[in-house]
Design a binder for this molecule. Sequence first.
Ligand code: ATP
Length: 295
Amino acid sequence: LMQLFRPLDLLGWVYRTIRQGLVDMAEMFRLMDSEVEVEDAPGAPALVIHRPTVTFDNVVFGYESDRTILQGLSFEVPAGDNVAIVGPSGAGKSTIARLLFRFYDPWSGRILIDGKDISQITQTSLRAAIGIVPQDSVLFNETIGYNIAYGKDGTSDQQVMSAARDASILPFIEQLPQGFDTEVGERGLKLSGGEKQRVAIARTLVKNPPILMLDEATSALDSRTEQDILATLHRVSRDRTTLSIAHRLSTIADAHEILVLDQGKLAERGTHSALLQHDGLYAEMWARQANETSA
Ligand code: ATP
């Protein structure tokens, strides 16, 4: 999913460059320019969401004109539900996430949030509505408080504290001598993988997004920490429309629906138990992973 986070990386780079006083404005704008793939439609309104339903309607897309990646994809994530996307490497899972963020536009078909075509609303309002919890988060050489509040301008201390509580990292922060003012990163406290992940969750919660996109969040963690983080994610996604991209099937077995993507098409869809019963690609992937775990 790395491509998805390039704009964030770029922001981090711009930020660090400015901090270090090394800013070369021309270079900075050249880089930012090259990131622009799509533009707001003239006079596009901001997205107003009543029910955060996410719909892909016959979406066809490729990165290069001679190679189609998504071949007419249709699915819906009803408001408040949790839908997981699984499938072999290269199937197009991250591409779905990038299109939902409108880093690219589909060749044909539409992507809708609450019935509104995302190409007809401002990108700022679109991205404000979606929180991502990525696998590897960028933390700034700043205080923990700054790193959490970074999710949104004008965040109050109260909101930062409540996001930290919801991400289950408040007790950890409170036992630090300098609490939220503790510097992290190269200059300060080194956080463990699980702690970093929780800071990232808190940062996302500060945005209070109605839609969550979870990249499989736990690859570098030991299994106890992984279980804890999964429980936290489960809790914070309960009232939000959630799209999870997963590699390990055990993490998404309780999703409302699982979409099995293969070469840009939906090969199968259903609940975990229905898919096992169907005894197709999903059942095969499940059996293989069970083998790997017990080996
Ligand atoms: P993985 O599980 O390995 O992360 P994925 O299902 O998320 O895979 P995608 O990242 O969506 O797969 O990629 C789908 C296809 O699109 C792949 O064949 C990939 O090579 C291609 N692709 C991805 N990004 C680009 C890009 N920027 N330019 C050209 N092709 C790309």
